[in-house]
Design a protein around this ligand. Structure first.
Ligand code: MD3
Ligand code: FE
Length: 203
């Protein structure tokens, strides 16, 4: 099923479910080469969400600010490449949502444990806002907070479950959004965690 979320934004319910094992295996290989880490905000706060990346550049935050970096600052090596299964899934989901020709060059991988949250923000470190962002939710369910163009716009709460893909383009591309504190639970493949993949055209 396919549910409109907002102008330019579509939820593809369970779209990634049939690829869960392939995605889990690809993820294990990536985190073997580029382990999850808790990054620091420019203001000096440790993020409760652990992150890593794959692709030609990865999103990082540290005392110098937010940016896309071709090198993983923790390992000193390039980020692992985007697996073909990731690229294929992101392109198929974007097409289904009305964005043909989406070729991401970066995937930010977020790991939430119970209590982890992501406060309201905009994604604006990418060069070209005309490309959508494709997000894949795996493991425990989360409450996604979807706001408007202003930080002060009251966010809607949207449940994101294992296998759901949301595509965010057009007017929703610069909407404020976040994730409420993750609740305890158990998922048969991902255990007590939620993993979110966000595919981006960053460069
Ligand atoms: C709406 N991640 O990595 S995914 C992020 O679940 C991020 O980990 C959340 O926000 C997560 O930046 C939310 C859904 C999402 C991602 C990017 C968006 C929604 C978006 C960009 C613009 C508008
Ligand atoms: Fe975001």
């Amino acid at each position: 099923p396919r549910e409109p979320l907002a102008e330019g934004a579509v939820l593809l319910v369970r779209f990634a479910k049939s690829m869960e094992m392939e995605l889990a295996a690809a993820l294990d290989a990536i985190i073997g080469a580029a382990p999850f880490r808790h990054m620091m905000t420019p203001g000096g706060f440790r993020m409760s969400v652990a992150m890593t990346n794959c692709g030609q550049a990865g999103w990082v935050t540290d005392a110098r600010g937010y940016r896309y970096d071709p090198i993983d600052p923790e390992t000193g090596r390039p980020w692992p490449p985007l697996p073909p299964s990731f690229l294929d899934l992101a392109a198929r989901a974007a097409k289904e949502a009305g964005y043909g020709g989406f070729v991401p060059d970066s995937c930010l991988i977020n790991r939430y444990e119970p209590g982890s949250r992501l406060s309201l923000h905009q994604d604006r470190n990418e060069r070209d806002f005309s490309a959508p962002i494709v997000s894949v939710s795996l493991g425990l369910p989360a409450t996604f907070l979807f706001g408007g163009a202003q930080r002060s716009d009251r966010p809607r709460r949207i449940r994101l479950e294992h296998g759901d893909i949301a595509v965010w383009g057009g007017p929703s591309r610069l909407a404020f959004h976040g994730v409420a504190q993750l609740e305890d639970g158990h998922h048969p493949i991902f255990g007590g965690r939620r993993i979110n993949l966000t595919f981006r055209k960053a460069l």
